[in-house]
Design a protein around this ligand. Sequence first.
Ligand SMILES: Cc1ncc(C[n+]2csc(CCOP(=O)(O)OP(=O)(O)O)c2C)c(N)n1
Ligand SMILES: [Mg+2]
Length: 623
Amino acid sequence: MSTIRMTMSQAIVRFLSQQYVERDGVERRFVNGVFGIFGHGNVTGLGQALEEIGSDLPYYRAQNEQAMVHTATAFAKLNNRLKILACTSSVGPGATNMITGAATATVNRLPVLLLPGDTFASRLPHPVLQQLEHPMHQDVSVNDALRPVCRFWDRIARPEQLLASLPEAMRILADPAEAGAVTLAMPEDVQTEAYDYPAHFFEKRVRHIPRPVPAEEVLREAVACLRGVSRPLIVAGGGAIYSEASAELAAFAAGFGIPVAETQAGKGVLPWNHPWNVGPVGSTGGLAANRLAAQADCVIALGTRLSDFTTASHTAFQHPEIRFIGINVGAMDAHKMGALPLVGDARATLAVLRGRLKADGYRAQPAYGDEVGRLKGLWDDEVNRQCTVASPSVLTQANLIGIVNDASGPRDVVVCAAGGMPGDLLKLWRPLDPKGYHVEYGYSCMGYEIAGGLGAKMADPSREVYVLVGDGSYLMLHTEIVTSILEGKKLIIVVVDNGGFQCIKGLQASCGSPAFGNELRYRSQATGRLDGDYAALDFAKNAESLGAKAYRATTAAELRQALGLAKQEPRTTVVHAWVDRDARVPGYESWWDVPVAEVTGRETVQSAQEQYQAARQRQRFYY
Ligand SMILES: Cc1ncc(C[n+]2csc(CCOP(=O)(O)OP(=O)(O)O)c2C)c(N)n1
Ligand SMILES: [Mg+2]
């Protein structure tokens, strides 16, 4: 057997550059680069290897480890999980900074490979700089904190261990049912140790991504179930987009007259104006989908995690005899809500189910189709109404969304993650392309926005990427603006300034409490609280100082003009836009379960608690 002598780090680099995936006959390079921040624990190991033999594996220098994991996550999301990036950190704080990013990836079922440095496997020089010593367990380091947020975790304590661990890591990363963050912790001494690796370990490896379909018996039961219902509804999630099921779903919906409601991750699977797309469902859903959901007697949950925002905390579906059919590549998701589990690829499963239903002569009733059309019309009018600019001097967040939407092209991408913006975007944004709507709302992680925008742009530079970010999220993590400029990956970032955490203030108010601790205000001498003047931050100046082009906008006209200029600009452009602090897009016949204090001296909290208990009566649990 021929062998190649190299260090563990060199072996990782060589191996990763030879990994490919194939789906539907299209082959793609799987690992498309490494993001990193060097320090002790990776610069002389993996860093040395990347410098010397990494020409096939581009290296990107990030500004923050959490951010670089978000970038990698967004890259995988835009690539439908068929292309990934790896992220490497130094020992200690660099590694723990990746935990939030890892959780974000895993919650969203998106693959990222994490390669944190680790303390010496030999233990001899311990304690080293940045080591947290566990008094009883010498085999525990801070990297163990990554375990619960990863789908696969291993520590490479000997160089030959890569032969077992790397293929397993690839298997998990490439499997749509398993995808999430994967960590290979790399003790700093082992990274530099040499081993005679078998040469065939570094040969090109193509992993085939199958499209599994459910067993015959379950398909038959699904057909029988649909035959007996009259108000079916499809709830389409991210899995429908990742499996590229748009055309199949459109044929399925139109062929049988079944409306399609969308989740945050599923929005865009059908264009907004497709006659069977009834818009968003759940806590931040719209009129049409929420009314249809309330009376649906069968819900086909397609590629969705069925999060509380989708089910309106288990109040969205009120039909006493409702049946769920779960189509999902992941068994855990397919079984949720007591569903008949159709474990399989979204597109392939829809296709076989369509064949069976057609043979069965299935068709929903025409009266139901009329009702769907009428409700969709109502909802489209409401979206228009919310986006219409009513004041020449003040913008609402809804107005801002409408204006950015109008400025964007049909293939462009909008990126968002946290604050009040995701809910409003879900209601109001009108995507025409399955990759046009990119909102991370599984972990809803502040800080994803700009870093994620960079990942989306890297995945497809031919699309303009619009990042909508609240003032709160911007202040938390905006420094990948620098990376976007250094890498020549242009973003159009709109910072939506409403004076602080306004969505949380709204939540607080809806649960009976006065404003407390959420706005960006000076502490007042009189009250001792943060209720003094609003801080007047200049995000345009901030962005300029990082190398971005920047504009300011308070009115609709200024925003349109700034976006027009931003489109001309070759580099990342930031528009600091002010919106009305209190104007909100309302909820549409829905609810979200957020507990309220059972004992309180405040009447407003007490009345919120009574309303909370009343609302909980509508919760339905299915097993
Ligand atoms: C990392 C992280 N920390 C805390 C939260 C909780 N949280 C959700 S939205 C929000 C406020 C966001 O403020 P901003 O970006 O200004 O958006 P706005 O609420 O004003 O729409 C907070 C603190 C979160 N989602 N992520
Ligand atoms: Mg804000």
